[in-house]
Design a protein around this ligand. Structure first.
Ligand code: N01
Length: 503
């Protein structure tokens, strides 16, 4: 029989989202909470992605909590180890580190309508614990489940094979023949590092990405000192970066032609990085810039142009025990295969494990509607469940930490509202949910993600964009500033009647 622990709030995931939720609940005096984390440390994607060259492509001043500025970033775009250290330090300094239970996996979660609690079963090795929680805050991260390519024979490969997000540091790539499948954000950081040490590198490109220069800056000691001691300086830098980024939004959401300067920069990046005209042609995308995530690198193209690298654009037919064979019949022998093929994004993996008030799983609901939430945070049939980074909260241009803080503000206000009015449950009304999502999908139509002529992880199998937010981030923040209880069905703690507020 699993041990049961009653808590007010259970948070799943100790990445940027879960740690932020923990800190802010604690700040509100909501001390009865536990964070469960399946990994052996905090940090989420920044703990998992340890591949060589891993770094953020959003400037550090903005890719950090607004309430915990870090004057010590070494670079304008932080490397992964610094970001991971930052999350660890913030969790420690804000006193939530000991509320995080590591190495603990959420196996299943079920809403118990009698008890008005989420019953969340977890396991840690052979130990199982069930948490009975009033509110359930779900922040597993949209990029946490690696996606392996479905390629004939890949399971028979006899050399070393690993996903970019599960880097095997025991494998020394020096002098090896290496293949990288994929040319997304992860691959373009990996490729220059592998090219430096491998005897030969094959890069398998299915679709060329748009890559603009990485205007990187190393902060001097003087700058760090100024960030630490000059009042308001770091906040001013953050604000300037924030608004600079918001200026990109119309190019993504209204008129892709506005992205012409970025396109020119990307084309110049190709010319600068690659001498071979044939290779230049192969890496030049044929869809609108912004349709897939715009990548930043100064080193990717030179690495492709290097003598020991081959860019392969023929389709992969199969993998054998020691090689990759393309559809033109060419076989390339390799020692190590790195799959940088992305993550399960639109099929939110956690949804398969969560059963709501009506007895069906969230995945079953999403099978009908596509992944969708009200304000990216709450879902009808799933009372008192709050996503951090839920459906349609992703960004192509700015910091997810800004989105996380906006959602956490909404969740805090929901909890305050529930306490104040003694509500036992809050659940978004179907009509509010539908109106929100109809508006979202309408706004998706003119975006470059819908009309830019590419396939991307932003779109689900029906071609619906269920991942991105199609407006500015300040609009998102404004819409989530206050918990709009009128859009919710609420129940009181004692009486079990559903009462519609402002019905
Ligand atoms: O994954 P991806 P990622 N055969 O899905 C290819 C964030 N991130 O890990 O384009 C052959 O973007 C696929 O090809 P195609 C960021 O939000 C941020 O690189 O689908 N190829 C593509 O090239 C990012 O968007 C940072 O035709 C196959 C690649 O694999 C997100 O994470 C760094 C294939 C997958 O690219 C995901 O990035 C890293 C197949 N069967 C990640 N299947 C920074 O902040 C897939 N591909 C810097």
């Amino acid at each position: 029989m699993a041990k049961e622990i009653e808590v007010d709030h259970l948070i799943v995931g100790a990445g940027f989202g879960g740690v932020c939720a923990a800190i802010k609940l604690d700040e509100d005096g909501e001390r009865d909470f536990v964070v469960i984390e399946r990994g052996n440390d905090v940090g989420g994607t920044w703990r998992d992605n340890t591949y060589p060259g891993a770094a953020c492509d959003v400037p550090s001043q903005l890719y950090s909590y607004s309430f915990a500025p870090n004057p010590d970033w070494s670079m304008s775009f932080s490397p992964q180890p610094e970001i991971l250290d930052y999350i660890r330090r913030v969790a420690e300094e804000y006193g939530v580190r000991d509320r995080i239970v590591l190495n603990t996996t959420m196996d299943a979660a079920r809403w118990d309508d009698e008890r008005q609690r989420w019953l969340v079963s977890t396991s840690s090795g052979r130990r199982t614990t069930t948490y009975a929680a009033k509110t359930f805050i779900v922040g597993p991260g949209p990029l946490s489940e690696p996606k392996l390519p479905d390629i004939d024979g890949i399971e028979d490969f006899q050399g070393e094979i690993f996903h970019s997000a599960r880097w095997n540091h025991d494998v020394d790539l020096t002098g090896k023949r290496v293949a990288v499948i994929g040319t997304g954000a992860s691959a373009i950081q990996i490729v220059p590092e592998v090219q430096k040490v491998a005897s030969h590198l094959d890069v398998y490109q299915r679709t060329a990405p748009w890559v603009i220069p990485r205007n990187e800056h190393r902060y001097s000691s003087l700058e760090k000192l100024a960030f630490r001691h000059v009042p308001g300086l770091q906040r001013a830098a953050r604000t300037a970066i924030y608004w600079g980024r918001e200026l990109y939004v119309p190019a993504f959401t209204k008129n892709p032609k506005l992205a012409l300067p970025a396109k020119m920069m990307a084309l110049q990046n190709i010319r600068k990085g690659i001498k071979d005209p044939q290779l230049r042609a192969k890496v030049t995308p044929t869809y609108e810039i912004g349709c897939k995530r715009i990548l930043i690198s100064n080193r990717y193209y030179p690495a492709l142009d290097a003598d020991n690298t081959e860019l392969v654009t023929d389709k992969i037919a199969k993998v054998t025990g020691s090689s990759i064979v393309t559809t033109d019949g060419t076989e390339r022998e390799i020692d190590v295969l790195i799959v940088a093929t992305g993550f399960y994004t639109t099929d939110i993996p956690v949804a398969h494990h969560v059963i709501g008030r009506t007895g069906r799983s969230m995945a079953d609901r999403f099978a009908q509607t596509g992944a969708a939430a009200y304000k990216g945070t709450t879902v009808p049939e799933f009372p008192n469940l709050f996503f951090v980074i839920g459906p349609n909260t992703g960004l192509g241009h700015s910091s997810m930490v800004f989105i996380i803080e906006s959602q956490v503000q909404y969740i805090r206000d929901a909890i305050r509202t529930m306490r104040h009015h003694r509500y036992a449950t809050v659940e978004p009304r179907e009509d509010a949910f539908e109106a929100w999502n109809a508006d979202l999908q309408e706004r998706m139509k003119p975006t470059v993600w819908s009309s830019g002529g590419c396939a991307s992880w932003y779109l689900d199998e029906q071609g619906r964009n269920t991942t991105l937010w199609p407006r500015t981030t300040f609009v998102f923040r404004g819409l989530l500033h206050t918990f709009d209880v009128a859009k919710y069905v609420v129940t009181g703690a004692s009486e079990r009647l559903h009462e519609e507020v402002n019905a």
